[in-house]
Design a protein around this ligand. Structure first.
Ligand code: NAD
Length: 319
């Protein structure tokens, strides 16, 4: 018998599916609520025959109830710039209405609650690196606002349920995370470069490539989630890799690990693209004893096989 039952909204997505693996490993039984807007059943295919695992095709923007649970992990939300641009309204809805519904489930069953927020709450930051106490520099009406403001609102509702209804909540602010099961075409840096490198296409760098990002390998990120889920911290905690790379350095690293001879092509910077991003992880270090273990080169090597198969499979399908 499993000791506890966890609900994972968005569990068929990239991070959600890895979280399901980790929760099953922790002894939970797991129910996923996902409408497959940006997720894929193939991400959870390996769990299909596990009697402790269940998938429910549920749009959490409608009131929903997957039965009694002890923990609600609320991850549902389009997450890549391509996805939240195409699904702008759905992104605002899931950050607001969907978050109310996920919190209502936690409240109904007196379950603990965990929400995946984002470094996008900091916008194009004026403080660097970003501490959890920084309130951010977000354009509330720009093209990225459907995501940024949805996530900021999600944090606000979560804190309100904690303050008014005493729901036992946690908030993680995730910085760029990469690894197997990411969608190949979601426009994020690592899948984009990997796809282009494996197909011998030019790697697209926006602007001069000197804008920075920090990249966290998925197993490190999920380790941070699990540690935070067991803590009593109600205020946001950054989980991300503080090693900072320019986009150009990342492109060169992808060329190195794939052995690709692709060239780099420069394109104009999209509106409101943050110039720099790096988490201050002092809080995660001291509170959770967490820090990332996998550097970018190692993580890219660990992701090679997945991205190679995905890139070549799709090329064959489209041929
Ligand atoms: N991957 C990252 O680097 C990153 C960075 C910051 C924050 N996050 C956050 O982590 C979470 C997961 O991101 P991801 O990268 O796994 O994205 P993803 O797109 O792979 O997963 C999101 C999942 O949510 C599901 N979903 C969306 N709307 C839904 C709805 N209305 N009802 C039910 N399911 C719905 C999708 O089908 C998908 O399976 C998101 O909340 C995202 O904002 C991710």
């Amino acid at each position: 018998m499993s000791k506890q039952r966890a609900l994972v909204t968005g569990g068929a997505g990239f991070l959600g599916s890895h979280l399901c693996d980790a929760l099953l490993g922790e002894g939970y039984s797991v129910v996923v609520a996902d409408n497959l807007l940006t997720g894929r059943k193939s991400n959870i295919e390996h769990l299909r025959n596990d009697s402790r695992f269940e998938f429910q095709d549920v749009d959490i923007n409608q009131p929903f109830d997957c039965g009694p649970v002890d923990y609600v992990f609320h991850l549902a939300c389009p997450a890549s710039p391509v996805d939240y641009t195409v699904h702008g309204i759905e992104t605002l809805q899931v950050g607001s209405i969907g978050t109310f519904h996920a919190l209502d489930v936690a409240r109904k069953y007196n379950a603990k609650y965990f929400i995946s927020s984002t470094s996008e709450c900091y916008g194009d930051p004026l403080e660097h690196p970003q501490k959890e106490t920084y309130w951010g520099h977000v354009n509330p009406i720009g093209p990225r606002s459907v995501y940024d403001e949805a996530k900021r609102f999600g944090e606000a509702v979560t804190m309100a349920y904690h303050r008014y209804y005493k729901v036992d909540t946690r908030i993680v602010r995730i910085f760029n995370t990469y690894g197997p099961r990411m969608q190949l075409n979601d426009g994020r840096v690592v899948p984009n470069f990997m796809k282009q490198a494996f197909r011998g296409e030019e790697l697209t760098v926006y602007g001069d490539g000197n804008q920075t990002r920090s990249f966290c390998y998925v197993s490190d990120e999920i380790d941070g989630f699990i540690r935070l889920s067991k803590s009593d911290e109600h205020f946001p905690v950054n989980i991300g890799n503080p090693a900072e790379f320019t986009i150009l350095e990342c492109a060169k690293m992808v060329l190195k690990v794939t052995g690709s001879k692709s060239q780099i092509r420069y394109e104009p910077l999209p509106q409101d693209d943050p110039k720099q991003r790096r988490p201050d992880i002092t809080k995660a270090r001291t509170l959770l004893g967490w820090e990332p273990k996998i550097d970018l080169e190692t993580g890219l090597k660990m992701s090679l096989e997945y991205f190679r198969n995905a890139a070549l499979e799709e090329k064959t399908t489209n041929a």
